[in-house]
Each structure stands twice: as structure tokens, then as C-alpha cells.
Write a protein that binds this ligand. Sequence first.
Ligand SMILES: Cc1cc2nc3c(=O)[nH]c(=O)nc-3n(C[C@H](O)[C@H](O)[C@H](O)COP(=O)(O)O)c2cc1C
Ligand code: SF4
Length: 419
Amino acid sequence: MGEQVLLLNRQPDRPLSLEEYRQSGGYEALMAAVGKRTPEELRQLVLASGLRGRGGAGFPAGKKWSFIGKGHPRYLIPNTDEMEPGTFKDRVLVNVNPHLVLEGIILSAYAISAAKGIFFIRPSYEMDAELIERELGVAREAGFLGENILGSDFSFDLVVHRSAGRYICGEASAQVNAIMGRRPHPNKEVHMTDAGLWGKPTIVNNVETLACVPAILRKGPDWFKGLARSKDGAGTKLFCVSGRVNRPGCYEMPMGTPFNEILDEAGGMSPGSELKAFLPGGASTSFMPPKFSQVQMDFEPLKETGNRLGTGAIMVFDQNTCLVGATLNLLDYFTRESCGFCTPCREGLPFIRDLLLRLEHGEGKEEFIPMLKQMAHHMFKAYCAFAPGAASPVLGLLHHFEAEIREHISQRQCPFKGK
Ligand SMILES: Cc1cc2nc3c(=O)[nH]c(=O)nc-3n(C[C@H](O)[C@H](O)[C@H](O)COP(=O)(O)O)c2cc1C
Ligand code: SF4
């Protein structure tokens, strides 16, 4: 499994308390940083660590922080929206180690001189929202949060904001709109690092990204880089594995661990199941056939195969699963969740979904294949990353499993019906 950084001392049935977290070095990084190191030093260390964002796009965290604008107050938004199908790592992380998450948030806030944090969480994670609310009270009591943290002149506080519950609210600029009570459309017109929340400099980071920061500061950037197994990788990664495996769950493994080793960690394929395909990083990545079993699960190695690490949520499909049906299932979700702001996504996704639906019900025609290809490529002209993400499983289906689509057409029904 390798060194545990994020899920260290994981308990099966409860979160770690503040005392337990402190026994293994918790809040030491904060005590060594606040008032003793400059925010610029922290930003440089995180940059040197090679930490890349765990929310999907993999943008280097230290680089993003270096763009922070000059205005005040500044805001930090720990993104725990996690509406990407198949993804549940942030929930596990918050439940296992809430104080690691909090320490990461406070240190990151110090690094960008933020005065306020808004912990953005999906509404179905109500228990987790309450857990964070309770534990941030504990952290405040201990002097780690609030006015003049640890006697320094740094003050920072955090509130929990429940999302209204749409997938697009996870997109950083839409999230900022959502918090301000506006319609949650993405907004590419402004740089959030200059003019985000209420027009002030704002950083949105995934909670897993932020939770890496305490260990980077305590043990150093080189140690963090050395955790990874891929050439240019850094750190560990939370992989959540679901589908036809023996032990679905969330596993912390070195960044760059080959897919087949993560599958082994999840107990291998379930009885009677053979690997047919997997999605490497959530619903908005592309299907991969078994010949990619040894691909290293990291940003660059997956990019080289034409795919993405996404959130690291691995979904495993076996020989009895209809991939046209599975793609239709995902497109049902994406079609419903489109924010409707731009035409390719609003009009194109229902069109793709309709073609898949007709294929699945035996009403498919040969010309549907080029139509699917064309429509999936149109999604890359949409306003935000939602639509290309939605097109990714469709493109994977077309690229690797076109024969299965053709079987639906020639047999005039789903070949997996009754299996
Ligand atoms: C449709 C959509 C949904 C997203 N949902 C999430 C989410 O739930 N959590 C998240 O951290 N990032 C999500 N993102 C990515 C964010 O826009 C942003 O890149 C990320 O929060 C930045 O954090 P990071 O740099 O630490 O990865 C989403 C992006 C898109 C396009
Ligand atoms: S791509 Fe979809 S989610 Fe993104 S702005 Fe356009 S309609 Fe909204």
C-alpha cells in the first residue's frame, strides 16, 4: 500500500480526534509556520513539492497560489462538492482525518494570506458537514483557528457552506457564483485569483490537495516528491475503486501506482468477473480496455494515453456489463446536470443521450456511429470543462468498443439483455 500520509492511523468506524491527530505530528507544521515563516516561503515549498490539484485538472497548487492578487480580504474555498459519479475520496478523507484537512486549510490560508475560508460541501454530505463544523470548533478552542492564531497576527476563520446540490457547483467559478447566491454558471471573464468571491482574490482548491500541505511542510518537498512512483509525480493519491471488485473502497497509494496494483489492493475482480474496461478517474474520463492495465495512475502517464487522471475514481466493468448501457447511464446524469448556459452542452448532450438510448433499445442505425463521434467532438467547443468531460466516456466507447455498438445495431437489441 505504501506510506500513508492522508489516511494515516485510519480507524474503521470513527474520525481521529484532535489528540490522536496531534500524537502523530498533527498541527506541528502550523506551529512551525505561523508567525515564523513567511507566506512566500510556504508557497515556494509547496511549489517545489510538485503538488498538483486533486480536484480533476491537476494544476500545480504552488503555482496557483503564486497568482494571488494584491487585494484584501482574500478567500480560500476548500472544494468538497464531490458530485463526480464514482468519486467519494473527499468524504473518506474528511471522515478519517478532519484535523488534517483543517490544518491543511489553515496553512494554505496562511500561504495566501486569506482571512476567511468557505468550506463548500454537497448537501448529501450533511453528516460530514456537521463533523467539520464540530471539529473546527475544537480547533478554534485550541487556538489553531480564529483571531490571532497561536498568538500571531494571522487571523483566519472558516464557515461551512452547503451546496444547493448541482454538479456544476463543483466547478470553481460556478462555485464562487453559488456562494454569492447567484445562478451557478461558470465564469471565464474574470481571474478568480484577482476578482473571485465578492470581487476579491480567491483560491479554490480541492480538499485532498489542501490536506497534502501539512506533511509537505513538516517533511519537505523532496520527501513528498519521493513518495510517487511515476517519473514526474509527487505524493500519494486517494483512489476510490468501485464496480466489479472484491473490496470497493478508498485506498491511499503512491501517485503513479499502476492500475493493476490498485485493482489488487481492492481485492481483484469479484468472483466470476473478468476485466473488460475501466474508467480511471471518474465519469468524465474515458473507458480503457485491459491492455492499459499497467498504466501508471498519474496525470502525465494517463495524458500520454489520451486520457486523464481526473479525480482518481476508478470504476471497473466486467465482461457482463453493457458499455453502451453504462455510457447511457453516465449521459443521463450529465444531461440532467448541464447548467444550460451554452448551446453545445445544453443541446448536444440530450442528442448524444438520445442516440445511446435508441442504440440500447435496439433502434440503432449505422449512421449513429459517425453522428456520435461528431457530437462528442462538438462538446469540446463548449464554454467550460463540463461538456468535454461528459464526452469522454462516449469517445472511449467509440474508440475501444465500437464493435459492441455494432452488435447492438446488428442484433437489434442489447446483446447483454438477460445476462
Ligand atoms: C463540472 C465540474 C465539476 C467539478 N467538481 C469539482 C468538485 O466537486 N471538487 C473539486 O475539487 N473540483 C471540482 N472541479 C474542478 C474545479 O473547477 C477546480 O479545478 C478545483 O476545485 C481546483 O482545485 P485543485 O487545483 O486543488 O484541484 C469541477 C470541475 C468541473 C468542470
Ligand atoms: S459546458 Fe455545460 S455546464 Fe459548462 S457552461 Fe456550458 S452548459 Fe454550462
